[in-house]
Design a protein around this ligand. Structure first.
Ligand SMILES: [Zn+2]
Ligand SMILES: [Zn+2]
Length: 450
């Protein structure tokens, strides 16, 4: 049986770690238990906040905001509220502006009632207004509850802003379990993505000597173990299973805070998802939940990692391959369109595709190939296990289900790595000269397994 997650052990202290760093989180309180709504006003009073600004949208107001407002009233907590009049809230200039305009001048705490979007907006606004914020979660749909970045859509482009961590996270499992199933399964899929993300991190450590903390990696592995075990029960909206997912999401958020970046929570499965997301925005398509894309790309990354583990590489031939900069640049311009200059500038600066550096890595792969294969085989689930769990919960397991084209899948495998300088499976494939071939084989797999 998986170890139960004890989130409280991480709060309110500095942990001297074997990795040489000291880890801590500014998170003060976590209450993800039955009756949390009831206990929130007392917490607010205990912390001495005088004027609360409750922010919800029409969905989250109905689901739990209204009830919480009643609790605040009953406890005599002074507050005002703003309910964003949208059922499909987009965190753009309009909505952020509305929340700021309605914010009372004497407010000293923002209470965000929602999940991904409301959390991002309130995280950003409270940071800019130098106010504390608390998140009262409506759905366990993504792992950004206690992370620092806030993703907003500015001038139609998704941009991540530096913000801050909430003071507290509250959530009632009974209410979380009533969230739309696609949101719960997206949250679970965001956790499943840690399988490939942790392996990417380990590879980056082994190959490039990148900073790695085994304690933090273990926290994320614990989250994975709990979610894998409890996951099937989510089908029946079992509150304990949903609570486990919510805790796992918060735990990976804490893990990110500990390392100061998203390494423990985001690898190539996220990069490919971000690529799809960008294409969706460019094409004006309706956005798909973050975790849903991550789930499909976790299947994709696992499939490709497993192919790689079965491969006998001709390293000599790989070392002789040239980098066709012109061809690469043309494809970047075609795929990234307006974002292409930034991508090209990043490559010029970071030299991810530099032949000399690649050949050094190839030498390393050649020498450690068995070790790398062993890491893959020991650290990943099977593609079938991932598919089974996600399908059981009605989650998408194929790009076609969310209208991602075969083209997008292939371009993602080859080019998603260009968005940032972070070593993952996609770089290993490029180094070995396998990107193109694997993109075709992956597209073929998805076509045959719809
Ligand atoms: Zn550490
Ligand atoms: Zn994620």
């Amino acid at each position: 049986m998986a170890k139960k997650i004890d989130l409280k052990q991480y709060l309110g202290k500095e942990m001297k770690c074997g990795c040489g760093r000291t880890h801590s989180t500014p998170l003060d309180e976590l209450d993800i238990d039955r009756g949390a709504l009831n206990r929130l006003p007392a917490y607010i009073q205990r912390k001495g906040y005088k004027k609360v600004y409750l922010v919800a949208d029409t969905n989250t107001w109905q689901a739990l905001g209204k009830e919480e407002a009643g609790e605040l009233d009953k406890a005599g907590v002074s507050f005002s509220q703003y309910i964003l009049p949208y059922t499909d809230l987009i965190p753009n200039e309009q909505s952020v502006g509305e929340v700021v305009i309605h914010c009372p001048a004497d407010c000293d705490l923002i209470l965000a009632v929602g999940s991904g979007t409301i959390n991002d907006m309130c995280k950003f606004i409270s940071a800019r207004l130098k106010l504390d914020y608390i998140i009262l979660a409506s759905a366990p749909s993504m792992d950004g509850f206690v992370s620092v970045g806030a993703a907003l859509i500015v001038s139609h482009v998704k941009t991540t802003y530096d913000a801050h961590c909430p003071v507290a996270v509250f959530g009632d499992p009974d209410i979380l379990a009533q969230a739309p199933m696609k949101m719960i399964s997206a949250g679970l899929a965001d956790i499943l993505g840690k399988h490939t993300c942790l392996l990417d991190w380990k590879m980056a450590h082994l190959i490039n000597g990148e900073y790695y903390c085994d304690e933090v990696a273990q926290m994320v592995r614990d989250a994975l173990a709990v979610v894998t075990e409890e996951g099937p029960k989510i089908k029946d909206r079992n509150p304990d299973a949903v609570k486990a997912v919510m805790e796992a999401l918060v735990l990976t958020g804490i893990a990110m805070y500990f390392t100061g970046n998203s390494r423990p929570a985001s690898g190539c499965e996220h990069h490919m998802s971000h690529y799809w997301e960008m294409k969706f925005e460019m094409e004006g398509k309706k956005p798909v939940l973050h975790g849903t894309k991550v789930g499909i790309n976790t299947i994709a990354a696992t499939y490709m990692y497993r192919m790689l583990a079965a491969e006998d590489i001709d390293f000599k031939a790989a070392k002789q391959k040239d980098f066709d900069y012109k061809g690469w640049k043309e494809r970047v311009e075609r795929c990234y369109v307006d974002a292409a200059p930034g991508i090209i500038a990043l490559e010029d600066k970071c030299q991810k595709n530099n032949i000399e550096a690649r050949n050094k890595r190839l030498d390393f792969y050649e020498e450690h190939w068995d070790e790398m294969k062993k890491l893959i085989n020991e650290n990943l689930p099977t593609v079938e296990a991932l598919r089974d769990l996600l399908s059981l919960l009605g989650g998408a397991v194929n790009p076609a289900q969310i209208e991602v084209s075969t083209e997008m899948v292939k371009d993602g495998v080859v080019l998603a790595k260009e968005v940032r300088d972070r070593f993952t499976l996609l770089q290993i494939l490029w180094d070995l000269g396998l990107s193109e071939d694997y993109s075709l084989r992956l597209a073929d797999y998805f076509e045959k397994n719809q």
